[in-house]
Design a protein around this ligand. Structure first.
Ligand code: ADP
Ligand code: MG
Length: 499
């Protein structure tokens, strides 16, 4: 059973006008290993010091063992079982191991004469709880960092620690020492002790933590089970800028009969019972984990993997898509995920690639389309999509990934489709091109196109779509209105789709 040890609610802290913590809430359960990650300056140390009673929060509440605190003092924090191991371990280098571990406890009892035998005994008890063979008589400063850390942990345990906070504990450790520390942390967990593992090393946090908190600019931006997280996602939340959607000019779907209507579409074993509608000028996101059926659904709308049963209606008329050509004829375009393999003739000039279909391509080779006309069209598209190239006659392979992707887009846009299906349109493109592609997608929708965007890039979905469908095991499991969902929530739903 989950039993809560500490809960921090709506804590804010300012330093001379700098907001070090902004409305942060979280809790730690007994025996839970919590990772806390964030870049430098994100507020980690400030939070530690608030929990340790060193700083007073400007706002918020702290509950420990069910007891409410407006502010803690260092003594109250220690009495509640909170122990912080700072980066320097706060040990006396010239004292022995026994003295470092045992002396606090003896002093805190308030005796005037230090009973060294007692010091020694309690130190021994402390070390036995971390299961190490470090000599009690060794001079602490001469020991390796890993040993000093274990000593600091032993000392914390003697203070009846219920929560041990470790601030960047692996900085001075070798790989082997880190593994030893992790083993110790897991033993502590078994004893019901909670750990707050503070670090910016994501792989370590992922490995050791049960759940992870991510701070960015003083805000908590993610709070999630570690096994649901991958390093890339953590990185994104740690470094990424939160999207300010207020300034994005979204397309407004038209209050009109649907452009596309899909009814009970099935294709074994990929998807079944798929029904949805798409309005003109709407950007509809379809997301889901790999294997959810999202790509197969797109391919079947485009005729590459025709559905076995169900109906597809376009502009109020039922259409039958059994091959690519059927889809193209109806005005459906598909931009594949893998631009290199599926979308482009890499060694051919950009201009040739911009010619719409294979048939046009052949016609141009045969001289039916004049070279001049071709170049003019190509140049228009290069301008319109801001494709960065000195000449449209250079091969596509000379372009950056983002610009190649724009060529694929241009190629399909030139055919002026009614429905544009984009699969992972910004996978592997640089940030600048990514933003430009998102803008383009919204613009195209505004001009009247219906767009289906298949992606598992959450910021992309939120920045581009009006509505998002989440697929799970070949079915549409959930639907989100863009205004009513944020990144964190959508991410949570997406990974929850795993189970
Ligand atoms: P982290 O530990 O994640 O690197 P900190 O909690 O140390 O972050 O810092 C959060 C923010 O608060 C930073 O902008 C930092 O400059 C500021 N800050 C932290 N401590 C103080 C202080 N004592 N006085 C003024 N500003 C501080
Ligand atoms: Mg810090």
């Amino acid at each position: 059973m989950r039993e809560e040890l500490i809960r921090v609610e709506h804590v804010s802290k300012y330093f001379a006008g700098v907001k070090a913590l902004d409305d942060v809430s979280f809790s730690i359960n007994r025996g839970e290993i919590r990772g806390l990650v964030g870049e430098n300056g994100s507020g980690k140390s400030t939070m530690i010091k608030i929990i340790a009673g060193v700083y007073e929060p400007d706002r918020g509440d702290i509950y420990i063992n069910g007891k409410h605190y407006k502010r803690l003092t260092p003594i109250a924090s220690i009495q509640e079982g909170i122990q912080v191991i700072y980066q320097d371990f706060s040990l006396f280098p010239n004292l022995t191991v026994a003295e470092n571990i045992g002396i606090n406890r003896v002093i805190s009892k308030g005796g005037r004469v230090v009973n060294w035998k007692e010091v020694y005994e309690s130190a021994k008890e402390g070390l036995s709880r971390v299961g190490t063979d470090i000599s009690l008589d060794a001079i602490t400063g001469k020991l390796p960092a890993a040993d000093r850390q274990i000593i600091a942990i032993a000392r914390a345990l003697l203070e009846d620690a219920r929560l041990i906070i470790m601030d960047e504990p692996t900085t001075a450790l070798t790989q082997r020492e880190i593994q030893y520390l992790f083993k110790t942390i897991k033993d502590l967990k078994k004893q019901g002790i909670s750990i707050l593992f503070v670090s910016h090393k994501l792989n370590e946090v992922k490995e050791i933590s049960d759940s992870v908190l991510i701070f960015r600019d003083g805000k908590k931006v993610l709070d999630q089970e570690a096994e649901e997280l991958d390093i890339k996602t953590m990185e994104y939340y740690m470094t990424g800028r939160r999207i300010d959607t207020s300034s994005i000019a979204y397309s407004e779907p038209e209050e009109a009969p649907p452009l596309l209507k899909v009814k009970n579409l099935n294709l074994n074993p990929y998807f079944s019972g798929i029904s949805f509608e798409l309005k003109p000028k709407e950007v509809l996101g379809i997301t889901g984990l790999l294997g959810s059926g999202r790509t197969e659904l797109a391919l079947s709308l485009f005729g590459e993997l025709p559905a076995e049963s169900g109906e597809i209606w376009l502009e109020g008329k039922e259409i039958f898509i059994r091959r690519n050509q059927d889809a193209i004829k109806e005005g459906i375009a598909y931009v594949p995920e893998d631009r290199i393999n599926e979308g482009l003739f890499l060694e051919q000039p950009i201009s040739d690639n911009l010619i719409v279909t294979i048939a046009d391509y052949l016609a141009s080779k045969l001289g039916i389309i004049s070279n001049q006309a071709k170049l003019k069209t190509a140049e228009e598209w290069v301008d319109r999509l801001e494709i960065k190239t000195p000449s449209v006659e250079n091969p596509v392979s000379s372009l950056s990934g983002g610009n190649q992707q724009r060529v694929v887009l241009a190629k399909w846009l030139a055919s002026n489709p009614k429905l544009l299906i984009l699969n992972g349109p910004t996978v592997g493109v640089d940030v600048g091109s990514k933003t430009a592609i998102h803008e383009l997608i919204r613009d195209l929708a505004k001009q009247g196109m219906g767009i289906i965007l298949i992606s598992d890039d959450i910021p992309e979905l939120i920045q581009t779509c009006n509505r998002i469908l989440l697929m799970r095991n070949g079915k549409i499991a959930e639907e989100f209105q863009r205004e009513k969902v944020n990144e964190e929530e959508l991410h949570r739903h997406l990974v929850a789709a795993k189970s």
